[in-house]
Ligand binder design. Sequence first.
Ligand SMILES: *Cc1c(COP(=O)(O)O)cnc(C)c1O
Length: 226
Amino acid sequence: MVLIEENLKEIRENIRKAAIRSGRKPEDITLVAVTKTISVDRIQEAIELDVNVLGENRVQELLEKYPKLHAQWHLIGHLQSNKVKYIIDKVDLIHSVDSLRLAQEIDRQAKKYKKVMPVLVEVNVAGEDTKHGVALGEAEGLVAALAELPHLQVKGLMTVAPFVENPEENRVWFRKMRQLYVDILQKIHNNIDMQYLSMGMSNDYVVAIEEGSNMVRIGTGIFGKR
Ligand SMILES: *Cc1c(COP(=O)(O)O)cnc(C)c1O
């Protein structure tokens, strides 16, 4: 077996087990293959192994690969308002909405295509200076504000947990995210659909799923070191 095939097999097995441990079905967990810096040929290899959701974190790189690969695309990295127009008709989910201003631009561009853009609100759960995302205490307010925008729909929350050696250290953050997700789910109903909790990367996706993630974003674990 080639590397990607072996890696995918192991990851899918880990996802399956973690889903079952947390009382869910394996098929309820979406695997987003993170393809930043990865060549089109190697991504194609993953697609042939039934990977159908790709995540890119830079607009430029997404635009270069988009015409060459048939898959669903998610924008997972920081998005500048002035770049929204380039991707609005190409992506199925934007994971990284962290300001009303960005959301308003997404709403404005989506309107031109008569579409409703599904988005996640990115939360900087550990309050790290180096990370994008709204503060934990501001997430609910932002979701409520976004619910007023007709051409955008909040589909859930996303976080990039701290970089840690031991994934157990992130359990506390994943738990906080899950709590926030449930709180919002119970309080706000208008024009939001809390379907996804996007958390967990190569190093910590098992812990993230155990704590309630249903969307994991994995790059290194599939394609090897960048
Ligand atoms: C790069 C990246 C990932 C994947 O990271 P790996 O450690 O390679 O799995 C996930 N989410 C975001 C936002 C990223 O930029």
